[in-house]
Design a binder for this molecule. Structure first.
Ligand code: LMR
Length: 399
């Protein structure tokens, strides 16, 4: 019966991470998947999360199904974090927000919703984008196109080309944007550039679909959401997928949310209903535990302050590691290649390493980065950064 089923070639991120786990070499370094490790190379349990979890364990109760839209306190807290506590759209009840299975689940529910109600629309993602964007949107039946984004020559942004391409899209096209810490390149739009993109989306009657998986890892929780707030204020039709995997270090709990900004409270209620129907068709309702942790941290002043402070420390450690590897590569790679480590932001740097160099890094040095050359700089620490720099220097020198 299943003779015709082909072998799965694997996922460029998740399968590589699984290969890393099986690698027996003691000097191995995982800079592949987008996971933040602390300076001891460990996956942190954030103090606020630990405290919230301890409190939950003391109050174990029955665990019925959550509503299709998820835990109300979580939905409200997520919405406030994404749009700002003082958002006008939020105060007006114009945002439909529901709990999802991580950021990927939010993208899938959003994609299903768009495919159903905008069947003629196609989606444009940045070139390049997170590998799974294409997979999720094509999986939902949408045609996926790209707009210019990354400039390989400079390690920066092709902003004029991006703006031009978006300005020529058919009405009701969907444009996938990364709020901050662009995955995979680490190249973001400046506030001035966002201010130019917003009116183009508005004028062309496009739908903005913002993916915000790294809020708090760029500049700050507030600044990283700049584009979301500006798009909402400008009245651009807006969908936002956000994730708490990274900023709560809760990867396995699959905590995400999807929000659609509507023109009225009544419209938001209808949209929410259809998002719920997409959830029912995919997985019925989301799980409880992680959502309770996130909601309790965000809604308790002391836990929240602790979480924000720890997140800031994580962000600063990444910056420090960027500086360390930048120094370690001095004299070993050209300046354009080296400058990226400090110019790009968030968890990722697009190293500019070729596929052959990436393969040598893995095979000969046990240093794992993605085939595209994307490096998760959040996997660097004081003990491995020099080794990584010397390994890169060796493969770039071709020795
Ligand atoms: C990544 O880009 O490495 C992360 O977002 C993990 C994933 O699911 O791909």
């Amino acid at each position: 019966m299943f003779d015709h089923i082909p072998a799965y070639p694997g996922d460029p991120i998740l399968s590589l991470n699984e290969d890393f786990q099986l690698d027996p070499r003691p000097n191995k370094v995982n800079l592949s998947i987008g996971i933040y490790f602390d300076d001891a190379g460990k996956l942190p349990v954030m103090d606020a999360v630990r405290r919230a979890e301890t409190a939950l364990l003391g109050a174990i109760g029955p665990r019925s199904y959550l509503p299709m839209a998820g835990l109300p306190l979580y939905r409200d807290a997520a919405q406030a974090l994404v749009f700002g506590a003082d958002s006008e759209a939020r105060a007006a009840g114009r945002i439909a927000t529901l709990q999802t299975l991580g950021g990927s689940g939010a993208l899938k529910v959003g994609a299903d919703f768009l495919k159903r109600y905008f069947p003629a629309s196609q989606i444009w993602i940045s070139d390049p984008s997170w590998e799974n964007h294409r997979v999720v949107f094509e999986g939902a039946g949408l045609t996926v196109n790209t707009y210019p984004y990354y400039d390989e020559q400079t390690g920066g942004l092709r902003f004029a080309d991006m703006l031009d391409a978006i300005g020529r899209l058919p009405e009701q096209s969907i444009v996938l944007l990364h709020a901050c810490c662009h995955n995979p390149t680490g190249v973001d739009l400046s506030p001035a550039q966002w201010a130019e993109v917003v009116p183009v989306l508005q004028r062309r009657k496009l739908i903005a679909f913002v993916d915000m998986a790294y809020q708090g890892f760029g500049a700050s929780l507030e600044e990283d959401a700049t584009c979301v707030r500006e798009l909402a204020d400008a009245g651009v039709p807006l969908i936002v997928a956000n994730s708490f995997s990274k900023n709560f270090s809760l990867y396995g709990e699959r905590c995400g949310a999807l929000s659609v900004v509507c023109k009225s409270k009544e419209e938001a209620a209808r949209v929410l209903g259809q998002l719920m129907s997409a959830v029912r068709a995919n997985y019925s309702n989301p799980p409880t535990h992680g959502a309770r942790l996130v909601a309790n941290v965000l809604s308790d002043a002391s836990l929240r302050a602790s979480w924000e402070a720890e997140l800031a420390t994580m962000r600063e450690r990444i910056l420090a590691m960027r500086g360390t590897i930048h120094e370690g590569l001095a004299g070993h790679v050209d300046e354009v290649m080296r400058a990226r480590y400090v110019a790009q932001r968030g968890m990722f740097t697009y190293t500019g390493l070729s596929e052959a160099q990436v393969e040598r890094l893995r095979n000969e040095y046990a240093v794992y980065v993605l085939r595209s050359g994307r490096m998760c700089v959040a996997g660097l620490n004081a003990r491995n950064a020099d080794y990584v720099a010397s390994s890169i220097a060796a493969v770039v020198a071709g020795v």
